[in-house]
Design a protein around this ligand. Structure first.
Ligand SMILES: Cc1ncc(COP(=O)(O)O)c(C=O)c1O
Length: 378
């Protein structure tokens, strides 16, 4: 609890902080037979394209602030670090992480703000457009032949060997216990900001939340924060993963951490993870109401529905992973059995997070049929 409170307060003190917009989608709600849909659009977060700008930047700044406070003998705030007030001292540190796109981009942005060196480990599944967005912030790219999970392991080893700061958003149970565990917890604490922004602006308490699941950090963070705010099982949290990259679903079936059985090949690149994060799984094992896997076509449909705006709803830009929460809702809404199981009906108030904008504009245009509207470069 204290970790989330601290993270939210620190993030809200950053100079460029502004809450993400929360929009009502009554047309889409009517078409799906639910009482209401609130959609928090994280695409504009700190100009970095995704909600991941709440995680890696907070973890990096918090870890650097601890080191600098010790060195300088006074308390350093994260806003000073990200504001570039200690660039010379920060230049002596190297931050590193593996990514399937957005986490690395967020870390690269934060490292540039702080003035430290940054190395991002990238598996081949990450599209060239997303790699370019990371390099644009001046980060070095370490290309790894293999999966995202292999990139995570390689990054952890190199961080240990070179005494770099491992700003990971995942701590798989199979990885050696590195300092990454505390970074992964801080990353999750930063994501709690989303819930603190959304709830006061919603007219009714949400009944359902469909959360994208990659390594589980996002879903676990929102689940934990909803639990802290409301207690117990007031909001049904449904974790949504692609059929071919469903490590959280596999873990739920087994009752313990298990890798995904699929080949991880999905257009929802942010969810292309074979192993869940252990601290995230600990939370989700208790707090999630259901684990759902979806076909790729639902992500495509979700992006297109958002882009055109259903029945007068605002038009919204969401990338493949950004739209995956809605994709999960579409899959359940289409299936009478799943609807009944989750008690999704005309009284339901659904909360969704558009977790990214068109983070690869070329892929977005291919899927939606036109370039992202109203989104600047990157
Ligand atoms: C846009 C987007 N949404 C959701 C997620 C899932 O977050 P997590 O991996 O913490 O489960 C990711 C992960 O990269 C992402 O990039």
């Amino acid at each position: 609890m204290a970790a989330c409170e601290r993270a939210v307060a620190e993030i809200q003190s950053w100079p460029d902080y502004a809450p993400s917009r929360l929009v009502a989608l009554p047309g889409l709600a009517r078409s799906l037979g639910v009482g209401g849909i609130s959609y928090q659009d994280e695409g504009g977060r700190f100009g970095v394209g995704s909600f991941k700008a709440l995680g890696a930047p907070y973890a990096l700044a918090a870890i650097l602030a601890v080191r600098l406070s010790r060195r300088l003998g006074r308390r350093i705030a994260t806003r000073e670090v990200l504001g570039g007030a200690h660039r010379d001292a920060c230049a002596t540190f190297t931050a590193a992480a593996a990514t399937d796109g957005n986490h690395g981009r967020a870390l690269a942005w934060a490292a540039r703000q702080a003035g430290c060196r940054c190395i991002i480990y990238v598996p081949p599944a990450v599209s060239p457009g997303r790699v370019a967005a990371i390099s644009a912030y001046g980060a070095e790219i370490a290309r790894i032949e293999g999966s995202y999970d292999e990139a995570v392991a390689r990054c952890a080893q190199d961080c240990l060997r070179h005494d770099w700061l491992e700003i990971t958003d995942t701590a798989p149970s199979t990885a050696p216990r590195t300092r990454g565990l505390s970074a992964a917890r801080r990353v999750m604490a930063g994501y709690a900001t989303i819930i603190d922004e959304a709830l006061p602006r919603m007219r009714d308490t949400p009944t359902h939340f469909f959360a994208q699941g990659g390594v589980g950090g996002f879903a676990a963070a929102v689940a934990a924060r909803l639990w802290q705010k409301y207690g117990g099982s007031r909001v049904r949290l449904v974790v949504v993963e692609p059929h071919r990259a469903a490590c959280l679903f596999a873990s739920a079936e087994a009752g313990e951490l298990r890798p995904a059985s699929g080949d991880l090949d999905t257009i929802m690149q942010g969810l292309s993870c074979g192993e869940a994060s252990a601290p995230a799984w600990e939370i989700l094992a208790q707090a999630a109401a259901a684990f759902l896997t979806i076909d790729e076509s639902y992500a495509v449909e979700a992006m297109r529905l958002l882009a055109r705006g259903v029945d007068g709803d605002p038009r919204l830009v969401a990338g493949e992973t950004g739209a995956a929460g809605l994709a999960g809702l579409l899959a359940v809404a289409n299936d009478a059995g799943a609807r009944a199981l989750l008690q999704l009906d005309a009284r339901s108030r659904v909360l969704l997070v558009g977790t990214e904008n068109a983070t690869d504009p070329r892929l977005y245009a291919e899927i939606v049929g036109h370039p992202p509207e109203g989104q600047g470069p990157g």
